[in-house]
Ligand binder design. Structure first.
Ligand SMILES: C[S@@+](CC[C@H](N)C(=O)[O-])C[C@H]1O[C@@H](n2cnc3c(N)ncnc32)[C@H](O)[C@@H]1O
Length: 284
């Protein structure tokens, strides 16, 4: 049984980066009428309380969504849009809950778009299933999200987004992510693929962006790699110092949208003087 529960980390700096990028990609997909499919291979519980003992164990959201939530105005438009999604999930009141990727999808997908969600943890699966019970064109599966790619791609409308967001609790996840990207591109080269990755003092983590770059060589619209480093590693060398999103076949607007937002994220979420961001792109 896997021990990872996203409820401990909901709304942290990594969620902010991930969900900012996800929201921008879905907004872009919505510019065309033709329906698309979003496959979320590691979906989590859907949404999270920020009031319970999980979120309060380390209060990670206090250095993630909170500083942006407290910013009444003046955020760049894509960041303001993301914060508004979080506000909508809180009915405009106090910050008491945080939307996971399925909740963001539920808010942004049109009724005709298909949603495919995979979650292995039985408790999170049950919460997720009931959360999305009434959404049309939705399937929630308690099975391995990596294995879902064979089943889900290519999607019927030939428009699709694949979000791969593992916990990397098992070191084998790093290799599985690279394999999943290669497999997905082979089945459906135009797929917009989003891979979240952690910045850790670990060889596998450090090598992942390079391995993804190699895997993305087959993508007709290139790739974009954005990372946000916010903290120093702990005295024992452990701890996540930041994270990144590797986007394959990115919307052509994404680079400039993120270039507006990342300096603000460094300023608001950075926990030391060395906080920084990077955006690399290979456009085809
Ligand atoms: C980082 S969390 C997902 C967060 C979610 N995507 C979000 O943005 O709100 C990773 C989730 O993957 C689940 N998980 C781990 N291995 C899995 C697998 N092979 N297939 C599907 N889910 C898995 C974990 O239980 C955990 O809930």
């Amino acid at each position: 049984m896997l021990a990872y529960r996203h409820a401990f980390h909901a709304g942290n700096h990594a969620d902010v980066l991930k969900h900012l990028v996800l929201a921008q990609v879905l907004r872009y997909m919505n510019e065309k009428d033709k329906p698309y499919t979003l496959v979320d291979t590691h979906a989590g519980a859907g949404g999270y309380s920020l009031q319970g003992r999980y979120a309060h164990k380390k209060d990670e959201f206090e250095t993630g969504i909170r500083p942006l939530w407290n910013e009444a105005s003046g955020l760049p438009a894509p960041l303001a849009d993301y914060v508004q999604l979080v506000r909508d999930f809180n009915d405009g009141g106090k910050l008491v809950q945080y939307p996971g990727s399925p909740a963001i999808a539920q808010r942004l997908l049109r009724e005709t778009d298909r949603l495919r969600l995979y979650e292995l943890h039985p408790t999170d699966f049950r919460i997720l299933e009931s959360f999305l019970a009434t959404r049309p064109h939705t399937q929630v599966d308690m099975s391995d999200g990596f294995a879902a790619i064979t089943r889900e791609l290519p999607p019927p409308s030939r428009r699709g987004v694949l979000l791969i967001d593992p916990s990397y609790e098992l070191k084998t996840d790093y290799g599985k992510v690279v394999h999943a990207v290669r497999d997905a591109l082979q089945r459906f080269a135009q797929c917009v693929i989003l891979v979240w990755y952690p910045q850790l003092q670990l060889v596998e983590a450090a090598q992942l962006p390079k391995r993804l770059t190699a895997a993305a060589a087959a993508a007709p619209k290139g790739w974009l790699n954005v990372s946000l480093s916010v903290a120093e590693s702990g005295p024992d060398g452990f701890g996540m110092t930041g994270s990144g999103m590797f986007v394959i076949n990115p919307p052509w607007t994404l680079h400039d949208d993120l270039a507006q937002c990342l300096p603000v994220l460094v300023n608001k979420l950075g926990q030391y003087d060395g906080a920084r961001f990077s955006i690399e792109q290979q456009a085809v």
